[in-house]
Design a protein around this ligand. Structure first.
Ligand SMILES: Cc1ncc(COP(=O)(O)O)c(C=O)c1O
Length: 386
């Protein structure tokens, strides 16, 4: 007897996890596959969590999250200038993923379409489909830095299009949308009455130019944007599962109702610690400086490998080099790289058809390991160069 529903039966293991499973059976593997900071959560944040436990902050919180953390998000986060009302326009969730899933649950009717960049982190499309929606991929190319062109977005809009996903800085490309690109996408959203979902989980990790700005800050956009963010990447807190969404009160209210019925709230000591973290933005700047140095090491190393070209990533902790000169699919490239040199990278095709010809390299390991990984990649490229 099969008790599962059709959607659950269709769930497949993602390409990233598949690579990790293969690597787990091998020894002396270097991983440049993992999308999380490798450093410990800052001491100050851990101390705040212990304090919460000692104070007995171990119970359910309001479904929307503690007022202390919602106020901190409204007051200290990157969206503070937007004046979100902590009582009505902010919800604390189980990481950014928790915010995204609640949002898709309250947003999508069967057949509603959501525009998603190609290539893009896998989970959006899976969540959209699970919630009855249709992910519609917006093709991009390396010549455009994998940024969505407004005309490409417009060409895919139908009467069923409900939302446009934006993820800047981007996973997997490391690209950052310029203010002009954000404005162009905002114009499309305004013209076609679309909701914008702006996933800003990497917004503290930028290496060139000004701090990333949110599309929600552009004229007429706050009321049609839901900003998603989390503490995972900015404070090395992936396992704490604390994130948030900020957006129109009507949408946030429904997400809170959903949270009430599905998972009650995000973990209480974690919320307490996250509020402490927000008061110390220098902690995320310190993390960024570490990644900035690694990024330089990675780019220097890649520049020395014949056959690989890489446009410098501007944010997050991923590079997305072009490996098409080697005449094999990105999946074959990564599988052989793992088998022959025990180095984990993620095939670009895992993120959509437009990612083919590229691999995602996460610089989430310290500099000596990064250098060793680059040596392995160089040896592999030497061996397989046509
Ligand atoms: C683009 C993007 N958004 C959201 C997330 C979710 O992160 P978390 O649920 O840990 O906050 C990730 C994690 O890899 C990501 O890459």
């Amino acid at each position: 007897m099969d008790f599962l529903n059709e959607k659950a039966r269709e769930l497949r293991q993602g390409e990233i996890r598949a690579m990790f499973d293969q690597a787990a059976a091998m020894e002396d593997v270097i991983s440049m596959g993992i999308g999380e900071p490798d450093m410990p959560t800052p001491e100050l944040v851990c101390r705040a969590a212990s304090e919460a436990l000692r104070k007995g902050i171990t119970h359910y919180t309001p479904n929307a999250g503690t007022m202390q953390l919602r106020e901190a998000v409204a007051g200290y986060s990157s969206v503070s200038a937007l004046g979100y009302d902590p009582a009505r326009e902010i919800i604390i969730t189980n990481g950014g993923m928790g915010a995204l899933s609640l949002l898709f649950l309250v947003l999508l009717n069967e057949g509603d379409e959501v525009l998603i960049q190609d290539p893009q982190w896998l989970n959006y499309a899976v969540q959209v489909r699970y919630c009855g929606g249709v992910p519609v991929r917006v093709p991009t190319c390396s010549e455009d830095g994998f940024q969505m062109r407004p005309e490409a977005i417009e060409g895919l809009i139908t009467p069923r299009t409900k939302a446009l996903m934006i993820n800047s800085p981007n996973n997997p490309t490391g690209g950052v949308a310029s203010p002009a690109q954000l404005e162009a996408m905002a114009a499309v959203a305004r013209k076609h009455d679309l909701l914008v979902i702006s996933d800003e989980v990497y917004n503290t990790l930028f290496y060139t130019g000004e701090p990333c700005c949110s599309i929600a800050a552009l004229e007429g956009m706050k009321e049609r944007t839901v900003v998603i963010n989390s503490f995972s990447k900015s404070y090395a807190m992936t396992g704490w599962r604390i994130g948030y969404a900020a957006g129109p009160a009507g949408i946030i209210d429904r997400m809170v109702k959903c949270q009430e019925n599905f998972n009650a709230c995000a973990n209480a000591p974690g919320q307490y610690a996250a509020a402490a973290a927000l008061k110390h933005p220098e902690l995320s700047l310190e993390l960024r400086d570490v990644f900035a140095q690694r990024r330089d090491v990675l780019l220097e190393g890649l520049a020395e490998i014949d056959g690989i070209s890489c446009c410098p990533p501007e944010g997050a902790f991923y590079a997305f080099p072009d490996i098409s000169a080697f005449g094999m699919s990105s999946q074959m490239f990564c599988r052989q790289l793992l088998e022959r040199q025990r180095l984990v990278c993620i095939p670009g095709s895992a993120f959509g058809v437009c990612g083919e010809g590229h691999i995602r390299m996460a610089y989430t390991c310290d500099v000596p390991v990064l250098r060793a990984g680059l040596e392995r990649l160089a040896r592999f490229c030497e061996e397989v160069r046509p």
